[in-house]
Design a protein around this ligand. Sequence first.
Ligand SMILES: [Zn+2]
Length: 109
Amino acid sequence: MLLLDCPCCGQRGEETEFHCGGEAHITREGPSSDDAAFEHYMFERVNPRGVHFERWRHVAGCGKWFHAARDTVTLEVWGTYPAQTSRPPEELLEKIRAARPGFKWRDIA
Ligand SMILES: [Zn+2]
């Protein structure tokens, strides 16, 4: 069971209070992109064994979207942060690097 802290309203809840929206920090492609870039945007997602960054929505609470970093093997939640960011907060990345030497942002395969 995951315990998530909503960074929007501050409530902590079990994962049943939230809905996962898939991979976070996806680069959105517009109508001027080529077919390969648009295909990558539409269909290709990472499925790492270990640290993963995801979008979550607090459906039984404030209803807002946020991002979470968690481990797909141990289910450890590294932290949550507002969705209006293009990359995870540096302090969260440092926390992950301290526990997982060699971890690099976007080196999550
Ligand atoms: Zn909330």
